[in-house]
Design a protein around this ligand. Sequence first.
Ligand SMILES: Cc1ncc(COP(=O)(O)O)c(C=O)c1O
Length: 424
Amino acid sequence: MTDPISHKLLPDNSSVDDDGMLVIAGVRMDTLVAKYGTPLFVYDEAHIRSRCQQAVQAFGEGVSYASKAFLCTAMARLAYEQGMHIDVATMGEAYVALEAGVPASHLVFHGNNKSKTELQYAIENQIGRIVIDSFDEIDRLESLLEGSGNQIQALIRVTPGIQASTHEYVTTGQDDSKFGFTVSNGIAENAVSRAASSPFIDLLGIHAHIGSQVFSLDSFRKAAEVLANLSNHFDLPELSVGGGLGVAYLEDEQSLTIEEWGQAIKSVCDEAGVTARVTSEPGRAIVASSAITLYSVGTIKELDGIRTYVAVDGGMHDNPRPALYGSGYETFMPSRVLDSRTSQITLVGKHCESGDVLVSQGYVPEGLTVGDMVATPVTGAYGHSMGSNYNKVLRPAAVFINEGVDRLVIRRETLSDLMNTDMG
Ligand SMILES: Cc1ncc(COP(=O)(O)O)c(C=O)c1O
């Protein structure tokens, strides 16, 4: 690899100025670093808006943003303003979305083990849809709703028996899955019948999510066929195919567009004569490539002929995906975007773990030194949201940039934040 980082891995509104500096939506990266420090998540707001619009165009009313990919009030508001509903997987995600001003009717509540407290929260706040994952959950809902005179609107999550080709930790649609009701053994039909006959549940449809970072339209088509049959059988008004559309993280990866994904699913459903409103829940495809992470280089360790470790001020606390799934990323220098990347490096973080590797095989221009800014692209999804305080590291800040204006949407944590839950 020697080529400069390609534009397809950078946010839509990226450009390079006369100094060779990366500019996102009109703001230079060194300006941002001077203002906010590193590590820093830099999001191109218009890029996110355009992906939300594509999702609404492809699927129409009811399409949800899977907030687990990246959530703060600014993000929830943005997705809602663009016409999306919000998929939340915990009470915490629901709380943030409600704090953002998203109407409860626009929330879709997931989770394979929602607690009574969470279900109570969903009922009290009149959350739009609860995606029921188990018979235990139906029991819990019925006991909470008994005597209240209320009904909740729900979907039934099913596992369509599709093995999506992606990392095993993010496949969810195969029969051997902790999620949902199995279609192949008839349990899903039983669950739909039971929920449909419950006086406490207004059953609107079925739902499935086959996994994440899926590139094959075939997997989505196969799942859609199974769902279409089930949906037609019960004549329910809604059908959600979940999320999972893969994105390119590396130079040699090609992703599908949201439009292509939507067309494939719609055509299967049309052929099967589905009359239900068909919808989806993309997360990664909305935000992943809208952001990059900026780091500062603190230490360089050359192991002659073996490897060059470049240690930055972030690590598995701002992006656990490489440690968790072995996910690959590219590296580049935002101050030398157009330079050939002829120097191979291993980008590592600052944690007390040898597995704290951000990019095992990255490339940067010759001459990278301590104090330089280095970046990883396509970090808008499952980075900040999966981050942690491991080693009591302070979680990084995130900025949205739009038309030359940057705004802090998540501030950097401070030492006193570490005491928030410490009872002394
Ligand atoms: C139920 C459900 N819907 C949607 C998503 C979003 O997936 P992605 O970000 O891959 O689109 C997930 C991810 O885990 C999920 O579990």
